[in-house]
Write a protein of this length. Structure first.
Length: 305
């Protein structure tokens, strides 16, 4: 099922037609409050008031023209200005191809650097999101350049990629901010772990490496997972090594396991909610379905009266 759903995420014919279906549009509301920034801010206000950190990501990737990247960058600048009105500033998570990485790498860097500078003034963070394996090296190089000039920049790494332990060792001297996720793309077995036990093991190992650096104040660790059992296993090992729970941020998507995130917040983990919005949600949504079978069941129930 995962393979089929990831194929559906890439299929241009389905990408054009499925979003028109009413039940698909209804089901996607589980994962995003709406398609515009107003809906995202309405959802963020209550969460921020309850002590959650908030990340915004405007959906879209692999732009075809630099003019589109200019518009995206301008949108995010406006989001940071508006986000200052909340209980705590909005953090941003941005895909490099949304800022033109496919077209002009230097233009992409300039847009990212501009956002990082604006985030610094706003007292918040810019996260460089990770995409498929073809983009990993260029994304890490982009992050290294940004981190050289800005302290408030993080990067997302995918635990299921076999190269991730090496990437971590490469980044640790930068005292990085790492948001660790399992991985949501359909990667071949020669470059990615595919069995759940393997992915979980790789995730735990990577998390503990960053946690040790976080203990010394030399890294920021964000556990980007809805697997609360895995979070608690990591915490048990981390606490034995002297890493307190307040160093283990838990980042979950809006609408998924919100009760578990509240429980983890009460247990001492800093909670963050990532709110996605935008019109170009189809590929992202299909990857979310592929991550957990329970998500597929929810979508199918939208077919019922």
């Amino acid at each position: 099922m995962r393979t089929i759903l990831l194929w559906m995420a890439r299929n241009p014919w389905l990408k054009e037609r499925l979003p028109r279906l009413r039940f698909i549009r209804k089901a996607v509301r589980r994962f995003m409050p709406g398609e515009d920034a107003d809906a995202a801010f309405a959802a963020a206000a209550a969460l921020a008031a309850s002590g959650h950190g908030i990340l915004f990501t405007r959906l879209g990737e692999n732009l075809a023209a630099l003019a589109e990247a200019d518009e995206v960058a301008a949108h995010y600048h406006a989001i940071m200005e508006r986000g200052a009105t909340l209980a705590r500033p909005i953090e941003l998570s941005v895909k490099p191809t949304q800022l033109g990485l496919d077209i002009d790498e230097e233009a992409c860097f300039e847009h990212m650097a501009g956002l990082a500078a604006r985030a610094d003034v706003a007292g918040t963070w810019l996260w460089v999101d990770m995409e498929g394996s073809a983009y990993v090296e260029r994304t890490i190089v982009l992050y290294e350049r940004l981190r050289a000039a800005h302290r408030n920049v993080g990067i997302c790494l995918q635990a299921y990629l076999r190269r991730t332990p090496t990437d971590l060792q490469r980044l640790l001297p930068l005292e990085p901010a790492i948001r660790l996720v399992k991985g949501a793309y359909d990667e071949p077995s020669d470059i990615a772990w595919r069995r759940r036990a393997e992915v979980d093991g790789a995730y735990q190992a990577a998390a503990l490496v960053v946690a040790e650096a976080a203990r010394e104040g030399k890294a920021r660790l964000a556990l980007g997972t809805h697997d609360s059992g895995l979070v608690e296993r990591i915490a048990a090992f981390a606490e034995a090594a002297g890493v307190s729970r307040d160093r283990l941020e838990v980042h979950m998507l809006y609408g998924i396991r919100a009760g578990e995130l509240r429980r983890l917040q009460e247990a001492g983990y800093p909670p963050f909610t990532l709110i996605a919005y935008g019109k170009h949600w189809y590929p992202w949504y299909m990857r979310r379905l592929a991550e957990r079978p329970a998500n597929v069941g929810f979508a199918l129930r939208q077919l019922l009266p």
